[in-house]
Design a protein around this ligand. Structure first.
Ligand code: GDD
Ligand code: MN
Length: 368
C-alpha cells in the first residue's frame, strides 16, 4: 500500500498518553496507509523511549527526538517536513483533539483538489471547548480577536492546533514560517503568499486525562511576540524589542540597587559597580528566560559562561554608549538629554548584536 497520510504528534512529557493515542489512531484510521511521527523534545519523562518501544513492532510509528530544543511550532514544522505522505495532519499528543475527525479531513482533501487545508474547529456548529472554564474561554477569545489583525482569512478557530494539510503546501511555506510559540496554524496561514483555501470541520476539545498542559504565561507572551513579528517584525526585530524592554527594566533595577547601597553607606563608585553587576545579572537571566527562550542556556557551566560573556558584551556596549554620548555632548555644547539617549540607543544595539552572537549564538552554545 502506498502511504496516504502522516500524523504529526508534538509531544513533551506525554509518556502516559502515547500508547493511548497510538491505539486511538489505529482504530480511527482503519483502511488508511498511515504513519505517525512523534516529535519529542527530549522529554525528561522518557516519552521518546515509549514511542520507540511501540515502533519496534509497529513500523507505522516513528520518533523524531530533538536534543537541546523546545517549541511546539518548530516541532510541528519539522515533523511535517519529515514525511513522504502527500497529506499530513497535526494532532496534540494528549488526546484532547478528536482523532475520529481525521478520516473526514482526509476525505475533504481527497474530494476537492482546490482545498489546501482542513481545520478542526471548536467554534463552528457542532464543535465545542468541552470542560474549559470561563477564564480559559475568555483568554482564547481574546487571542482569536487579536489574530484577526494579522489574518485576512475569516476562520472561526485560528488558534486550533488540529488540522490536515497537503504536505507540498507545508514544504512550500516552511522557509517563511516563524516557528515561535504554539500557534503553528496561524503561522502557516499568515506565511502563505497567496491565501490558502480551507474548510473547517467541528470537533469538541476533550479534557486532558493524563499529564499536564505546557501552555503557560511565557507561551502567551510568545503568542503576542508572533503577532508583533507578523505586523512590524521586518522593521524592528522582535528580539530587539524584548531585549530593550528588559534593558529598561534593568535600568530601574540599577537605580534601585544604587539607592540601596548608598543608603547602606557605600561610596558612590563602589555602589555603582555593585548596581551595575546586579542589573547585568538581572538582564542576563531575564533575557535567557524570555528573549532567548528557544536557545536557553541551562546548567551551571553554561550559565556561568553565558553570564561572563554577557558582562563582557555589556562593557563593550557601555564604552560605545559613553563614547557617543560624550562626543555628542561636546558637539552640542551642553545639551545632555539627546546625547544621553543616543548613547543608550547605540549601547543597546551593540549589546543586542554582540550578545545574540556570543552569549546565545553559535559561539555561546556549548555541546551538552
Ligand atoms: N515537541 C514539543 N515541544 N511538544 C510540545 C511542546 C514543546 O515544546 N509544548 C507542548 N507540546 C505538546 C504537548 O505534549 C501536547 O501534545 C501538545 O503539544 C499540546 O500541548 P498542551 O500543553 O497540551 O497545550 P494545550 O492543550 O494547552 O493547548 C492546545 O490546544 C489549544 C487549543 O486548541 C494546543 O494544541 C494549542 O496549540 C491549541 O491552540
Ligand atoms: Mn493539551
Amino acid at each position: 500500500m502506498t502511504l496516504d497520510l502522516a500524523i504529526v504528534v508534538p509531544v513533551f512529557n506525554e509518556r502516559g498518553n502515547v500508547p493511548l493515542l497510538v491505539a486511538a489512531l489505529d482504530t480511527a484510521l482503519a483502511g488508511f496507509a498511515w504513519e505517525a511521527i512523534f516529535v519529542d523534545d527530549d522529554s525528561p519523562d522518557g516519552t521518546a523511549d515509549v514511542v520507540r518501544e511501540i515502533a519496534r513492532s509497529d513500523p507505522r510509528i516513528r520518533v523524531l527526538q530533538r536534543i537541546g530544543r523546545r517549541g511546539l511550532s518548530t516541532a510541528c514544522i519539522e515533523g511535517m517536513c519529515a514525511t513522504a505522505a502527500p497529506l499530513v495532519a497535526v494532532i496534540d499528543g494528549d488526546l484532547q483533539h478528536d482523532e475520529a475527525l481525521l478520516p473526514r479531513m482526509a476525505a475533504a482533501l481527497a474530494g476537492d483538489r482546490a482545498i489546501d487545508l482542513v481545520i478542526g474547529s471548536r467554534f463552528v456548529d457542532g464543535g465545542g471547548t468541552g470542560a474549559w472554564d470561563a477564564d480559559r474561554v475568555a483568554k482564547s477569545a481574546l487571542a482569536t480577536r487579536l489574530s484577526r489583525r494579522v489574518l485576512k482569512a475569516d476562520l472561526s478557530d485560528p488558534m486550533s492546533g488540529f488540522f490536515m494539510i497537503r504536505s507540498d503546501v507545508v514544504r512550500g511555506v516552511a522557509p517563511r514560517l516563524l516557528g515561535i510559540g504554539f500557534k503553528i496554524l496561524l503561522d502557516i496561514l499568515t506565511a502563505a503568499p497567496v491565501p490558502l483555501r480551507f474548510v473547517e470541520l467541528p470537533y469538541v476539545f476533550r479534557t486532558r486525562a493524563v499529564g499536564e498542559s505546557k501552555l503557560d504565561h511565557v507561551v502567551a507572551l510568545e503568542y503576542l511576540i508572533a503577532l508583533y513579528d507578523r505586523m512590524f517584525g521586518r522593521v524592528v526585530p522582535v528580539r530587539f524589542v524584548m531585549f530593550s524592554a528588559i534593558g529598561a527594566a534593568g535600568a530601574i533595577v540599577h537605580l534601585a540597587a544604587l539607592g540601596l547601597f548608598l543608603e547602606l553607606g557605600g561610596g558612590f563608585v563602589m555602589a555603582t559597580i555593585v548596581a551595575t553587576m546586579v542589573a547585568m545579572t538581572f538582564n542576563f537571566f531575564l533575557n535567557n528566560h524570555l528573549t532567548y527562550r528557544d536557545r536557553r542556556l541551562r546548567g551551571v557551566r553554561a550559565l556561568v559562561n553565558g553570564w561572563l560573556s554577557f558582562c563582557a558584551v555589556c562593557s563593550v556596549g557601555a564604552v560605545a554608549n559613553v563614547g557617543l554620548a560624550a562626543f555628542l555632548y561636546d558637539v552640542r555644547g551642553g545639551a545632555w538629554a539627546l546625547p544621553a539617549l543616543a548613547g543608550i540607543a547605540v549601547g543597546a544595539v551593540w549589546n543586542f548584536a554582540l550578545s545574540s552572537r556570543f552569549t546565545w549564538g553559535r559561539y555561546g552554545r556549548r555541546a551538552t
